[in-house]
Design a protein around this ligand. Structure first.
Ligand code: FAD
Ligand code: UDP
Length: 391
């Protein structure tokens, strides 16, 4: 006999836990399941074998322009402010990245000014009225030389597609500046949860007695164990519908990590510039097509963890196939056309909400899925009311 609950929620990432916490705090009984053996989805973090707090599914830099979203999450965590800074490595050297005045000086080999850089860009940019893809949006901003140096190879490796075959939003999300602001991201709030994402999610659960988490449980099993008034699904949408219109394309990744103790790091100080670190920034991108990985992340730069050892993680992009994690939806016309067919079916399911990066097939950041989960919670609270209003 299935146990009755109000909301069954599939996926214990940002989407599932944020919506579950909000619904449970209003008094509804919620069960969240995840087929993985831990919570947090792709934002999960934990110490690795060397004791270094690591983002297990690639680096997760929290950022947001929404005070409402930051305030909501702040109920469950304090913040460790970070100016996320990265570098690019090509032509045998490190470059300031994203492109800014320092990058230009490195290119011409002498000091310069914003005016000179703007003039250079003016004569290198390619006039494109409405950039329609990821190649055009970069060519229109910086011209061919910098596009080929920093974007073309990286994008082909990451997506196994030419930048021309990807939405402009993919490469367009990287800022390009003529001043010396070399932060990787544009948003006004940039910080990591002070004790990590996992700790933040654990506090969400502790704060919500009506929210029950079951790990290592797939949706196919959960639907037998629990019956619900409403289902919230944050897994891949094509999987939900049995891939009846064909599999949506995803990109997956293989992570290769390496740890170093304090002694072996001594020899790296000349390169990293800082005792206890392996490379000069939390992330170094490798745009050359003949290097098989896209980036090396040394997250200790960002977390500020005080520990002698450090760990680096190389990211090797790969095609998604059954059994791999579907890390990235592919923002392109052909995949959007397949997604639209699934979205039409989803719109007809009146007792199911589809939220998050995989169920809406959108290249969304953590703050955006948090916003989506909160909006859907409010919609559901309007629809189903509040069972036990709190005075
Ligand atoms: P997920 O985190 O994917 O969670 C979905 C969960 O559902 C998973 O745990 C999965 O196991 C579970 N699930 C799926 N199907 C089933 C099923 N059938 N049964 C049971 N469980 C199921 N965002 C940022 O804001 N900043 C960053 O720097 C950043 N970096 C990223 C780097 C990488 C490499 C990747 C892949 C993503 C990055 N993101 C970043 C995006 C971020 O991971 C997502 O926005 C966020 O994790 C989405 O949360 P979600 O809950 O929608 O999905
Ligand atoms: N990109 C690039 N060169 C870089 C960094 C990014 O060409 O050095 C492109 C690439 O297509 C990448 C996209 O910009 O997939 C978005 O980069 P971001 O670092 O935001 O990707 P994510 O962290 O989501 O993998």
């Amino acid at each position: 006999m299935a146990t009755e609950v109000d909301f069954l929620i599939v996926g214990a990432g940002f989407s599932g836990l944020v919506i579950g916490q909000r619904l449970a705090s209003a008094g509804w009984k919620c069960v969240v399941v995840d087929r993985r053996d831990h919570l947090g989805g792709n934002a999960y973090d934990a110490p690795d074998k060397a004791g270094v707090l690591t983002h297990r599914y690639g680096p997760h830099y929290f950022r947001s322009n929404s005070q409402r979203i930051v305030d909501h999450l702040s109920q469950f965590t304090g913040w460790h402010p970070v100016d996320y800074k990265i570098k690019s490595f090509t032509d045998g050297r490190y470059w300031s990245f994203p492109i800014n005045l320092n990058t230009f000086e490195e290119l011409i080999g002498r000091p310069s000014t914003a005016e000179e850089f703007e003039a250079w860009l003016g004569s290198n940019r390619i006039a494109i009225d409405k950039p329609a893809n990821s190649e055009e949006i970069i060519l229109a901003q910086v011209g061919r030389e910098l596009y080929e140096k920093f974007f073309k190879g990286y994008t082909i490796k990451q997506w196994k597609r030419h930048p021309r075959e990807l939405d402009a939003s993919v490469c367009g999300r990287i800022p390009i500046r003529t001043n010396r602001d070399d932060r990787y991201l544009r948003e006004s709030f940039q910080a990591l949860p002070e004790n990590g994402y996992t700790a933040m999610f654990e506090r969400m659960l502790d704060a919500s007695p009506g929210l029950e988490l079951h790990l290592g449980v797939d949706f196919s099993e959960a639907r037998k164990r629990w019956s619900c008034r409403h289902l919230v699904y944050s897994g891949p949408i094509d999987e939900y519908f049995g891939r009846r219109f064909g599999a949506l394309p995803y990109r997956s990744l293989r992570f290769e990590s390496e740890s170093f103790d304090g002694d072996s790091l001594r020899a790296r100080k000349e390169i990293s510039g800082k005792k206890g670190f392996w490379q000069p920034a939390m992330q170094v991108n490798y745009p050359d097509e003949n290097v098989p990985f896209t980036r090396i992340v040394e997250i200790k730069h960002a977390t500020g963890q005080r520990i002698d050892a450090t760990s680096i993680v190389r990211e090797f992009p790969k095609d998604w196939s059954e059994g791999d994690e579907p890390y990235y939806p592919v923002p392109a016309d052909d995949s959007a056309a397949i997604y639209r067919q699934y979205a039409e079916l989803a719109a007809r399911e009146s007792k199911v909400s589809f939220i998050g990066r995989l169920a809406t097939y959108r290249y969304y950041n953590m703050d955006q899925v948090t916003g989506m989960a909160l909006a859907e919670a409010e919609r559901l609270l309007k629809r189903y009311g509040i069972p036990n209003p709190v005075d």
